[in-house]
Write a protein that binds this ligand. Structure first.
Ligand SMILES: Cc1ncc(COP(=O)(O)O)c(C=O)c1O
Length: 399
């Protein structure tokens, strides 16, 4: 079968630049390098003082009581469901417009994923559609704050309170996001963040779960490290070795100090990174707004988006398919991404649940139209001009 990405663009296009512009580059400098070396020299590599410090700093940044360092956002989502006791017979409502991990963890705990459609301007879960899907078996709603734009927080809080279901926020994109001036996590509901290599705060692999609930925090911490009663840092203290107990079989999901060494400094630079993302996002907006056939993402009032991704949508009648557009961008030496192939397009979910595109028309259309352009704090204005030139040339060649 021919991959859609191998479909050639409408005309042979020469590169707009010599060196390929990657879709995303991590932003590290001497501060992370020195901290990594110091961590290695300290002799303590696994979960220890730097992880504890990063957790404390992150909790303060998010205005939450607990922050638990993990090896991924996926681990956080998985432990969130387990900590709430979600399992077979339960339903969990989430969005099709996400990375598969959001849905995979629901399957892992034996619960049934239920998808609601998304809103056309932000591509975030539509609370009105969610409400129609709530049944006595619904235990949790997992909103994804797509590209860093907060979901309609007041509406989701109202659903939580009216129906007695838990909110587990997939905030993989939303570390700096604000709704009415407050972070997604500040409400105290379980919120999971990603520090994957391409994320706004990057530690290569990594994640954090926040909550204001003491019991959930204790359980997540215990499950993140084999179900043990003490982590290694507490076991091997100067006062001597202490035995541990295992109350239930847990997982190996803990963050370790080499990750935290990066995270500590990424967090200190995060607001500066965000300001640069905002500047670049506005600059893209100004350069692309007049292009027919391209739709830009909406920003609702009273929110701050984290500007994790810069997503454009191609109109169906534009004269070029999304995948040919992507091939044309690559041919011009510009890296691009797709966020996301909706969960119901993926064979496991299609086959197991019988999900079809007609069931979620907004998400299905978005899944065919979205292209993410490069956006990271290290992007120069000249880089960005190259991206815009490549988009314009490609569209001009398609008509
Ligand atoms: C919306 C969303 N949720 C969850 C994840 C999983 O994050 P991680 O790679 O940290 O497990 C991602 C990762 O890309 C994501 O985009």
């Amino acid at each position: 079968m021919v991959s859609p990405l191998s479909v050639p663009p409408p005309a042979a296009l020469t590169p707009v630049r010599e060196k390929f512009l990657p879709f995303n580059r991590a932003s590290f400098d001497e501060s992370e390098e020195q901290e990594l070396v110091a961590t290695l020299r300290s002799g303590w590599l696994t979960t220890g003082p730097r992880t504890k410090q990063f957790e404390a700093d992150f909790a303060a940044y998010q205005q939450t009581k607990h922050a638990i360092g993990l090896n991924s956002c996926t681990a956080g989502l998985h432990l969130a469901l387990l900590a709430l006791g979600v399992g077979p017979g339960d339903e969990v409502i989430t969005t099709p417009h996400t990375f598969a991990a959001t849905c995979n963890v629901i399957v892992h705990v034996g619960a049934t994923p239920v998808l609601a459609d998304i809103e056309p301007d932000t591509l975030n879960l539509d609370p009105a559609h969610v409400e129609t899907l709530i049944t006595p078996r619904t235990r949790a709603i997992v909103p994804v704050h797509f590209a860093g734009h907060p979901v309609a927080m007041p509406a989701f809080r109202a659903l939580r309170d009216r129906h007695g279901v838990a909110l587990i926020h997939d905030a993989a994109h939303a570390t700096e996001s604000l709704s009415a001036g407050k972070s997604i996590a500040s409400d105290g509901d379980i919120t999971c963040f990603s520090f994957y290599a391409t994320k706004n705060l990057a530690t290569g692999e990594g994640g954090m779960l926040t909550t204001n609930d003491d019991a959930i925090a204790d359980r997540v911490r215990m499950l993140s490290l084999h179900g043990m009663s003490r982590d290694a840092w507490k076991r091997y203290t100067e006062s001597g070795y202490q035995h541990y107990d295992v109350a239930e079989p847990g997982f190996k999901y803990n963050m370790f100090d080499l990750q935290a060494a990066l995270g500590l400094h990424q967090l200190r630079k995060l607001e500066g990174f965000w300001a640069r993302r905002q500047f670049l996002a506005r600059r893209y907006g100004a350069a692309l707004a007049d292009l027919p056939g391209i739709r830009l993402m909406g920003v609702r009032p009273d929110v701050r988006t984290a500007h994790h991704l810069y997503v454009i949508r191609l109109d169906p009648d534009i004269g070029i398919s999304r995948d040919a557009f992507m091939a044309g961008m690559q041919q011009q030496h510009i890296g691009v991404g797709v966020h996301f192939r909706p969960v119901h397009f993926l064979s496991y979910y299609r086959d197991r649940f019988g999900w079809t595109p007609e069931m979620w028309p907004v998400a299905s259309l978005a899944g065919e139209q979205c292209v993410s352009l490069p956006l990271d704090p290290g992007l120069t204005e000249a880089d960005q001009d190259d991206v815009v030139t490549a988009v314009r040339r490609l569209l001009a060649a398609s008509h």
